[in-house]
Structures are given as C-alpha cells and as structure tokens.
Design a protein around this ligand. Structure first.
Ligand code: B12
Ligand code: SF4
Ligand code: SF4
Length: 342
C-alpha cells in the first residue's frame, strides 16, 4: 500500500538528521505534556530566579502552540564526551559552545528537509526555546531520564546535548519507547547520595536553587554560603551526578567538533588568575562567556576556598581587592576558609 498523502518517511528523515551530524534521532507524536510535570516544579520554586522558565508555559507543554498543526517531534542528540582529565569545568563546557554546533546542524537539517518536502512547515529548538527537550527525547525512544534528572541514552550514557525539530507532517513510523521511564535506574540511587548539596530533591527532580550547575552558570548574585564549601573542583557547571552514574562508565569519544579548547584545560587557580586580555583570548565562542569574566573568577575563588588551596593565598589576597565586588567578596570568603581551623 502506498504512503498516505503528506506522510513522510521516518527512516529518510532520520537519515537526513544523521547526515547533518546528529548522533541520535527519533520521532515522537506531537502530543501535549501533562501540565503537572512543569507546573509542580515551578510552583515549588525549583527554577530559582530563572524567570524565563515561567514564561511561555503553554508552548512548553504543547508544541502545537509553537507550530500550528504540529504532528511530529524529531528529537536529536549529539554525544560530547571527550576526555577524563580532571577539570573544574563541566564536560559539556570544555570545548566550543555546543549551542553554536547544534544550531548549525539544525539549520542544515531544516534546509534539507524543506528541499525534500517543500509542503512541510517546521520549528527548531536548541536549549533556549520553550520546548521540554528531555520529555520529547524520551517519547522519541532515544533514552530515558535517570534519577539524576539527566537524559540517559543506551549508547552514550548522559553525555549528550539535545535539540528538537517540530514538523506539521506525520511520519510513517513513530518510536515506541521500550524501556519504561525510570526502569534504567532500578534500585540504584548513587547520584542522589553523591550530589553534594542535596539538589536532587526527589527522583528526577532538581531544585536549581541548590544545584551547583545553576549557581555557577546562571546565578549572578553571590552563591549562598552553605553551598560554597561543596565547590571543590567546581568552577563552571557540575557533572558529579553524571560522573558517578554506572550507566556512564564506558564513554564513547565524540566528534572532533566537541574537542577541548584551551579554556577547558585551565585549573581553578588559572581561571581565578585570568587577566582581561587572557579572558578575551579564551572566552569568545566558549560556554564560559555566559557567566562572564567576573562570574568565572568569582566561582574559581569559591573553588579555591572550598579546596583550602594554600598555594592560592597570594592570588586570593590580590583578588580580595578586585574592582569586581563579587570577585572580592568570594576571595575574602576563600581567605577566611584558609585561615579557619578545620
Ligand atoms: C532549566 C534547565 C536547567 C536548570 C534546571 C535543571 C532541570 N532539571 O530542569 C539547571 C540550570 C539546574 C540545569 C542544569 C543542567 N543542565 Co540543563 N537545562 C534546562 C532546560 C533549559 C530546561 C529544562 C526544563 O524544562 N526543566 C523543567 C523540569 C520540570 O523538567 P525536566 O528537568 O525535564 O524534568 C521533568 C521531566 O523530565 C519529567 N519526566 C522525566 N521523564 C519523563 C518522561 C515523560 C514521557 C514525561 C511526560 C515526563 C518526564 O520528570 C522531571 C521532573 O518533573 C533544558 C533545555 C530544554 N529546553 O529542555 C536544559 C537541559 C536539560 N540541560 C542540560 C544539561 C547538559 C545540564 C547539565 C548537565 C549542565 C552541567 N553539566 O552543569 C546540568 C544537569 C543538572 C541535572 N542534574 O539535571 C541538557 C540535558 C542533557 C542531558 N543529557 O540530560 C539540556 C536538555 C540542554 C540541551 N539542549 O542539551 N539545567
Ligand atoms: S549537577 Fe551537581 S549540584 Fe546539580 S544535581 Fe547534579 S550533582 Fe547535584
Ligand atoms: S546514578 Fe544510579 S540512580 Fe542515578 S541516574 Fe545513574 S543509574 Fe540512575
């Protein structure tokens, strides 16, 4: 029997996604997400001051609000794992900003889809758009969400970043997510116990206020004092709940595009000591730019204090008189830690 008119081949669509550089692709029906998944999280204040998470809730819960007549969500993932070298920077942030990489690939994919099926309208999302990317990736059969709230794939573990393409056409085959959501963890709860700040407040639920990822990337104000001591080896983003996960023990090397850049090899001391000129050499095009020069140096000063790094004392003394109030305050806190009797 021929394909119904307007219905497109999922195999061909996923083939185009692979050719555009995505490691994983899968199709889910464009169905609404139960409102409680997002609304309960927001109502509990788990989004901290990420006010943009409160915006466009209708779109987040239903992609047809983004693309009228949406029928299909193509979930896309790229593996980014490159190295096991210890670093105070989260793995996803050690290379070129992944947003740029995924946007380039998504732009190419959308162009080829339009060339192949000119009648199809689409909407593309990488991270910042009002799309709940993990939920669609689960529905599209790419993997499942672990108790650490990260999206975990059978092939790459959770070392993937996500993108989404919504189409107003049906495909001829949709994924049937095989693993029931949550089954992947079984009785394991290593990540919940390993999180140094108790940010995993329930299975799959992160309270951003306590999460060091939020604190080091998004929070422009001072990091709350009780959290700072947990920042040993954490200066930008946090991978602890992924590093401890047994499903991540055999990482697969990602494409060259995710290679570590010079900023990704800097120690906390080197990050704290960056001059403006050095910052302008390493930061552009890297994820660090989001936190800014002072944000990264503030975080690094906290990390040096958390680690009670005695060799960093002269540097911290210099930073305690820094023109940036938040850097100076963080350095003074770190010096107090060095002076305190343990
Ligand atoms: C806000 C946000 C954050 C916040 C809040 C974290 C959070 N869990 O929401 C902060 C700043 C803390 C953060 C941190 C990180 N983030 Co973030 N973040 C986002 C963002 C922009 C929105 C997520 C969201 O909607 N949260 C709201 C809550 C309610 O939803 P949720 O987390 O999806 O969790 C619920 C649902 O998943 C639901 N659920 C689970 N399974 C299923 C299945 C079905 C069928 C249904 C209906 C529901 C459901 O249960 C959960 C609890 O309510 C997404 C990008 C995007 N547009 O989706 C990236 C994103 C989730 N982040 C990402 C990354 C890489 C990270 C970090 C690993 C970065 C780092 N190394 O520091 C950490 C991980 C922290 C953690 N343990 O989760 C990746 C995820 C990669 C992955 N493999 O999981 C994303 C997808 C960005 C991207 N485009 O790649 N992040
Ligand atoms: S990213 Fe770090 S702070 Fe956030 S939940 Fe995971 S282990 Fe906890
Ligand atoms: S550490 Fe254990 S509980 Fe946490 S996500 Fe991995 S398998 Fe699941």
């Amino acid at each position: 029997m021929g394909r119904a008119e307007g219905v497109i081949s999922s195999a061909e669509l996923m083939g185009l996604a692979t050719r555009a550089g995505f490691d994983l692709a899968g199709c889910a029906r464009a169905e609404p997400i139960p409102p409680s998944v997002l609304q309960d999280w927001l109502a509990a204040g788990h989004h901290a001051d990420l006010d943009w998470m409160e915006g466009r809730v209708a779109e987040r819960l239903d992609v047809t609000a983004l693309l009228p007549g949406a029928k299909t969500v193509l979930a896309l993932a790229c593996n980014y794992w490159r190295t096991d070298e210890p670093s105070p920077i989260a793995r996803y942030a050690r290379g070129r900003d992944y947003h740029a990489t995924l946007r380039d690939r998504l732009r190419n994919l959308r162009r080829t889809v339009r060339e192949r099926w000119p009648h199809v309208k689409d909407y593309g999302s990488v991270d910042a758009n009002p799309v709940m990317e993990k939920v669609h990736a689960v529905r599209a059969g790419l993997g499942t969400v672990g108790k650490n709230a990260c999206f975990i794939t059978p092939r790459f573990g959770s070392w993937v970043v996500l993108a989404t393409m919504v189409l107003d056409a049906e495909v001829d085959a949709y994924a049937h997510p095989s693993a029931a959501d949550g089954e992947v963890c079984g009785r394991c709860r290593i990540c919940l116990d390993a999180c140094p700040t108790g940010a995993l407040v329930a299975d799959k639920v992160v309270d951003a206020r306590a999460c060091l990822s939020y604190q080091t990337i998004e929070n422009e104000a001072a990091v709350p004092e009780p959290l700072r001591a947990a920042m040993t080896q954490i200066t930008f983003g946090c991978d602890i709940c992924q590093d401890v996960c047994p499903l991540n023990v055999t990482p697969v090397l990602a494409q060259e595009r995710f290679a570590v850049r010079p900023h990704g090899s800097l120690t906390a001391r080197a990050l704290a000591a960056l001059s403006q000129a050095e910052w302008h050499q390493v930061a552009p095009g890297s994820p660090l730019a989001r936190a800014g020069y002072d944000g990264v140096r503030r975080n690094a000063a906290y990390a040096l204090g958390a680690a009670r790094d005695a060799l960093a004392r002269p540097l911290l003394e210099r930073l305690s008189a820094d023109a940036s109030q938040k850097v100076a305050e963080a350095a003074r806190w770190a010096l107090d830690r060095l002076d305190a009797k343990v």
